[in-house]
Design a protein around this ligand. Structure first.
Ligand SMILES: CC(=O)SCCNC(=O)CCNC(=O)[C@H](O)C(C)(C)COP(=O)(O)OP(=O)(O)OC[C@H]1O[C@@H](n2cnc3c(N)ncnc32)[C@H](O)[C@@H]1OP(=O)(O)O
Length: 198
């Protein structure tokens, strides 16, 4: 009985946000990105590296610390993380994808694909690339390319008709090498902020 309980608890911790098998279907030759040496989601080039969906247990693998290299995260408790994971999983459309250094059980890269359901374009799906980050000591080793190409191919695999992103000007070149384009007359991002006084 006790064993079973432990087994269940462990099973829950290793729970994935989305089925990891989808990542095996991605064809990296479809991406315009150039990898030297060649790497992909199933074969990231080092046996201590794995590309996989976010897991419930990633609270203990430095996921929030990694995100704090991108923007402010706040003091999120385990319960808050757990509740958000559950809501994302139940609502569907959230594909938070990470790279883990399995030698130290720490996440070293992450990117999210969110999928919007539409009525237009024949009830189409639109992907958005969000929250891309690589741990600063691992940068410049193709991991940014790897995680972005992974979620971009995932969007295509899941039937999105397009994938969009917002980024700082200095990253435009980076994303262009991965197949993203500034569309003339149609490349403005506008925001209305509710989190700061006007
Ligand atoms: C949609 C969004 O989320 S936008 C937010 C993006 N995230 C951030 O800005 C967070 C802080 N930055 C990072 O985490 C990283 O610098 C990343 C994710 C942007 C890039 O990760 P890296 O692992 O260093 O990228 P990678 O090694 O794959 O670099 C790919 C190429 O882009 C170039 N590049 C990487 N970062 C930058 C940058 N900040 N500015 C200009 N060029 C860059 C590299 O020189 C490299 O060029 P090369 O292929 O000709 O050598």
């Amino acid at each position: 009985m006790g064993m079973e309980k432990n087994g269940n608890a462990e099973g829950k911790l290793s729970e994935y946000l989305y089925p990891p098998e989808i990542l095996k279907r991605l064809d990296f030759s479809k991406s315009p990105a150039k990898f030297h040496p060649k790497i992909s989601a199933v074969d990231p080039g080092e046996d201590w590296m794995i590309v996989r969906p976010l897991q419930r247990s990633d609270y203990d693998k430095g996921f929030l610390q990694l995100l704090s290299q991108l923007t402010s995260v706040g003091n999120i408790t385990r319960k808050q993380y757990d509740d958000r994971f559950t809501k994302m999983k139940h609502s569907g459309g959230y594909y938070v994808t990470v790279i883990e250094d399995t030698r130290i059980n720490k996440l070293i890269g992450a990117a999210t694909l969110t999928i919007e359901q539409k009525f237009i374009h024949n009830c189409s799906l639109r992907g958005r690339l969000e929250d891309v980050v690589v741990n600063d000591t691992y940068r410049g080793k193709q991991l940014g390319k790897l995680i972005v190409v992974t979620v971009s191919l995932l969007a295509q695999e899941l039937g999105c008709y397009k994938m969009s992103l917002d980024c700082k000007d200095k990253l435009i070149k980076f994303y262009e090498t991965l197949g993203y384009k500034m569309e003339p007359g149609n490349s403005n991002a506008m925001n209305m902020r509710f989190d700061e006084p006007s």
